[in-house]
Design a binder for this molecule. Sequence first.
Ligand code: F0G
Length: 461
Amino acid sequence: MTDTIKHSWAEPYKIKMVEPVFMTTREHREEAIKAAGYNTFLLKSRDVYIDLLTDSGTSAMSDRQWAGLMLGDEAYAGSRNFYNLEETVSKYYGYKHLVPTHQGRGAEHIISQIMIKQGDVVPGNMYFTTTKLHQEMAGGKFIDIIVDAAHDPNSLYAFKGDVDLDKMQQVIDTYGPERIPYVSIATTVNMAGGQPISLGNLKELRALTHKYGIKIIHDMTRVAENAFMIQQKEEGYQHKSVAEITREICDQTDGATMSAKKDAMVNIGGFLAVNDDEIFDEARNMVVIYEGLHTYGGMAGRDMEALAIGIVESVQDDHIKARVGQVHYLGNKLLEFGVPIVKPVGTHGIFLDAREFLPHVPQDKFPAQALAAELYIDSGVRAMERGVVSAGRNKETGEHNYPKLELVRLTIPRRVYTQAHMDVVAESVAAVFTGRDKIKGLKMVYEPKYLRFFQARFEKV
Ligand code: F0G
């Protein structure tokens, strides 16, 4: 890390091109969110001022990445951009084989279908929506083995992404290692509030699973952010670079799924990477059915080039310090305003604790969904529900899953917004917090079968 700026997270870049956004009135926003069924996913982006729906595919590419687009080799087979990407993945992440996919869930689909059989269980450090669904569709059952602290928004434990090794042992004892195709480990646990796993914990998990011949598949969507938190907070890593720590994390695992739309700052893309030759063989076979030929897997050549460049940029210490620094700037502002958020502040966004924000709205009236709608009405800031709507229904009973965490996620795209934008967001959240008593719950009037949070519709109760 360069030492010239010691006390600031100021950005290591300057702005070369801008994209104007639209300012709207409160009346306009009230109409727009009603028409969208009080679901921020159904708003038109034209009606949004500051878009914190997701950090997925929304980052600003660098001038080098844009230049990379011009080097696209759009051959159907054997594009040179694929080989460049393969080399980059192997150099920075260490995985032996690469299968490109159109985005993260494409890779999740393939690895789940290859490795999971009917009746299997897949332990993991908290679920992610698409990952869990693909595991279930392949016949598996997801079992949460994350530390209890991860479910407590006020716990200050630094590594809330850690696995509870006793819970892991219990799963092994209950089901037997032969029914556990792999452990699903995410770096930067999204649903816990963007919380990191420590390398110490990952190494202990590695030792335990190794004893039983169980593999670890790594959801490496935000691995560089996790590596940065290890550098900042875990004993013994202060003098290692984010790139070195990233590699050390990957080296503890047998394969990975990647949504390159996050850490790697491309607008679309992803991959599956594995060390095992046989799994690779099968994955290469499957990718041609669902994604595209194994040397493009749903991406254009130019996309693979931009991705290879993005991977290199994503692990630069100065970049990641500014990226996480901006998230923490917003988090600290909200803490100063007394707004209840998940603590400690994570790395890809701020998560409002809707239970504490709206204690008068019961969970079956979708408090986080209602809060996200209110925030949009107040200022045109678009956030996302991460609570009971996202958690879906229990596969067996058909009841809502009621997660302990009922959150609204303010996700920060990389290299897109300024400090002034963060101030607007903080002031708007504080204003909504002041008027929180008047906020009412919602009722669901349309519910899709899969991943309902994307398209569900609501009305005010
Ligand atoms: N894993 C994690 C941890 C994710 O956050 C996502 C996507 C995926 C897998 C799936 O990747 O979208 O490329 O298919 N998260 C987005 C989000 C949608 O907003 O958090 P994908």
